[in-house]
Design a protein around this ligand. Structure first.
Ligand SMILES: [Zn+2]
Length: 140
């Protein structure tokens, strides 16, 4: 494999198609239980609180805060050679306590990043055309 190989890309399956379709419209959506109202990430076939299978895909603001992050300096895939260092971030989304998702943080070096920093979602294109939700420090 060459260093120019593209990153593996997400294959929408197992009920995640609405998430990826929304990302392609530059929308961040997660599942919301229609019985108890709880938002959940990652997608799941039933609510972890009330076991209901009924849900909808709710659009979120895209605002959140940095819950945790790490800087990846060792490429774990040939496509990552040209990307390191990069930041993997766990973002607590604004709509609900403990609603967190993993993503990448772009545009800020790790040395300038702090736990609790305000972030906003952005959408970064994968070479296959899929837009990937990523985060950047809030500009406001
Ligand atoms: Zn529920």
């Amino acid at each position: 494999m060459s260093a120019t190989e593209a990153f593996p890309y997400p294959i929408p399956e197992f009920g995640t198609e609405p998430y990826w379709d929304a990302a392609n419209r530059r929308e961040l959506r997660v599942q919301r239980c229609l019985d108890c109202g709880r938002l959940r990430w990652e997608p799941a076939p039933l609510c972890l609180d009330c076991q209901s299978q009924k849900h909808e895909w709710t659009r979120l603001s895209g605002h959140g805060t940095v819950y945790s992050f790490t800087e990846i300096t060792h490429p774990v895939h040939p496509a990552a050679f040209a990307k390191v260092p990069y930041i993997v971030v766990e973002v607590e989304l604004a709509e609900q306590p403990n609603l967190r998702m993993l993503s990448n943080l772009l545009g800020t070096p790790a040395a300038q990043l702090q736990i609790g920093a305000a972030v906003d979602v952005d959408f970064s294109p994968h070479p296959n055309g899929q837009l990937l939700p990523v985060f950047r420090l809030s500009q406001t």
